[in-house]
Design a protein around this ligand. Structure first.
Ligand SMILES: Cc1cc2nc3c(=O)[nH]c(=O)nc-3n(C[C@H](O)[C@H](O)[C@H](O)COP(=O)(O)OP(=O)(O)OC[C@H]3O[C@@H](n4cnc5c(N)ncnc54)[C@H](O)[C@@H]3O)c2cc1C
Length: 318
């Protein structure tokens, strides 16, 4: 059970009556995060349609019920005490379609719903000979999470290909946000109204990709090479949230600083600084969220003392 609650009897009743088939009560977040840690979400809601989601957000807004949207939880650290209120997951929003084609610029726009796995989207693009998603090969998670995090690598990010976003606002209204209104940052994405504090759910994104450069076989080979490279450099087999800290705006990256500070292999409880990639904290042995936070704090302190650099988390800490 969650150690504190945001859902009273009336709220539970509404959810049961209106969304009953799509709610799981006290759902362990450890099942929904790549760190494999986190206590229960009071209610875990997987809406089957945008109409259900709109009904929910309208009700939650009026009833003052807090909710949080997650994708595949590959960039999330959920607390051991659990999450009060409702956690929403868009696993039923999984469709990719051709939205537009422009012969003059040899571009194709694909529209993907937020719950589509980024891996599936990259495979779809490669199978159809479309280029532009190579940067995302091997990034786990969903299209929605990838958009929100402006996921990427040194080869590019979602900001390079995303041309419009479909969002649902707190009143349940759906609208398109055009590229001109996007505000991308390092692992962040917002738009005018969201930057002003509007709470919105990303429902879909439209991605403009290039046609015709290389054939599907060559794109598949590129994908294989990149995935091998990741496996060589990252502790892929162990639960983690990817890079824990953001790279500082200048100077050595976070991983290099942690490595130079001699922290590879450092352990608190079941959490460990990966010996393979110093910016990964891995769940080595039944870690708790508190173990991971304590280890991250120790890493941050040491790096600050040794190099005067204050590392900021890249992981979303709930
Ligand atoms: C092994 C490993 C390697 C990784 N490598 C990379 C990498 O190379 N580059 C990189 O950028 N990241 C990397 N990551 C981090 C992570 O995969 C990305 O940030 C990913 O895009 C998160 O997607 P997700 O669906 O898991 O989002 P989640 O972790 O579930 O959520 C991330 C954030 O987005 C919000 N969110 C999710 N979906 C929606 C939605 N539909 N509407 C509104 N908000 C939403 C959540 O509330 C949360 O704040 C890696 C992670 C792991 C575990």
């Amino acid at each position: 059970m969650v150690s504190y609650s945001k859902l009273n009897k009336a709220a539970r009743g509404w959810l049961d009556t209106h969304m009953g088939d799509h709610i799981r009560w006290n759902e362990p977040m450890a099942r929904h995060t790549s760190f494999r840690v986190g206590g229960p979400a009071e209610a875990f809601f997987t809406p089957p349609s945008a109409a259900h989601l709109a009904d929910f957000v309208q009700w939650a807004g009026k009833a003052g019920i807090p909710y949080r949207i997650i994708g595949d939880g590959t960039n999330l650290l959920a607390p051991d005490r659990g999450i009060a209120g409702v956690v929403i997951n868009l696993r039923h929003f999984r469709k990719i379609e051709y939205a537009a084609e422009d012969a003059a610029s040899a571009t194709v726009t694909l529209r993907a719903l937020a719950g589509v796995r980024l891996k599936v989207f990259c495979q779809f693009a490669a199978r159809n000979g479309l280029e532009g998603m190579a940067f995302a090969l091997g990034i786990p998670g969903t299209v929605g999470g990838g958009m929100m995090m402006n996921a990427g690598t040194q080869d590019g990010s979602m900001a390079d290909v995303l041309v419009s976003a479909t969002v649902m606002d707190a009143a349940g209204a759906v609208r398109e946000i055009a590229r001109e209104d996007f505000r991308f940052g390092y692992r962040s994405f917002s738009w005018e109204s969201s930057a002003a504090g509007e709470k919105a759910i990303l429902l879909a994104g439209a991605f403009q990709l290039q046609k015709g450069g290389r054939d599907a076989r060559m794109l598949r080979k590129e994908a294989r090479d990149r995935l091998c490279d990741r496996r060589r450099k990252q502790p892929i087999g162990l639960p983690s949230g990817g890079c824990f800290f953001r790279n500082p705006p200048e100077g050595p990256g976070a991983g290099a600083l942690i490595d130079r500070a001699g922290l590879k292999g450092m352990r608190i409880g079941g959490a460990e600084v990966s010996a393979k990639h110093a910016n990964f904290i891995v769940n080595r042995e039944s870690a708790t969220s508190s173990d991971i936070l304590a280890l991250a704090a120790a890493v941050r302190d040491t790096v600050r003392r040794k190099f005067g650099v204050d590392l900021k988390p890249e992981i979303c800490i709930i």
